[in-house]
Ligand binder design. Structure first.
Ligand SMILES: [Fe+2]
Length: 153
């Protein structure tokens, strides 16, 4: 193995923690949506929670593949209580970019050194970026195609 295994395990554990935090966050959000759009939005949020759990499992499998100990911790949870779907989506976009950054770090660490981990990191980056795009498009206004930018607070 030509890469720093301990670093890879630490990154995979971080990914696992972030994904598990996503499971809790999306589950919570899915219970907090009311109004006309409730049904499809709740369904979408539940799907995100399930996907996060799948991603956490995948990261955990790779931690143990490398002989590491899977983390029992969980990443950051809710920052505040949200009033509307826009707030929920903006918070989710910010968190997703954090996990995407962790996948990029893993890619950087393993590229050209482990087909398994490189391929894993790449495919998850594709998934996460497509997901972020989905959220981004939900934050746009009809008729405006420009990429949504989170306002700086
Ligand atoms: Fe994910």
């Amino acid at each position: 193995m030509d890469f720093d295994k301990d670093k890879a395990i630490a990154l995979l554990n971080k990914i696992m923690e972030l994904e598990l935090a996503g499971v809790v966050r999306y589950t919570h959000y899915s219970l907090m949506v009311y109004g006309y759009n409730r049904i499809p939005v709740v369904e979408w949020l539940q799907k995100q929670a399930e996907e996060g759990l799948l991603h956490a499992h995948k990261a955990g499998e790779l931690v143990t593949l490398l002989g590491g100990y899977p983390s029992l911790a969980i990443g950051p949870l809710l920052e505040k209580h949200h009033q509307d779907i826009g707030d929920i989506l903006r918070e989710s976009l910010a968190h997703e970019s954090e996990s995407c950054a962790a996948y990029y770090q893993l890619l950087e660490l393993t590229q050209g050194k482990s087909v398994l981990l490189e391929d894993y990191a790449r495919s998850l980056i594709v998934e996460e970026e497509m997901h972020a795009d989905e959220v981004n498009k939900m934050l746009r206004r009809t008729g405006k195609t420009g990429v949504y930018e989170i306002p700086k607070s």
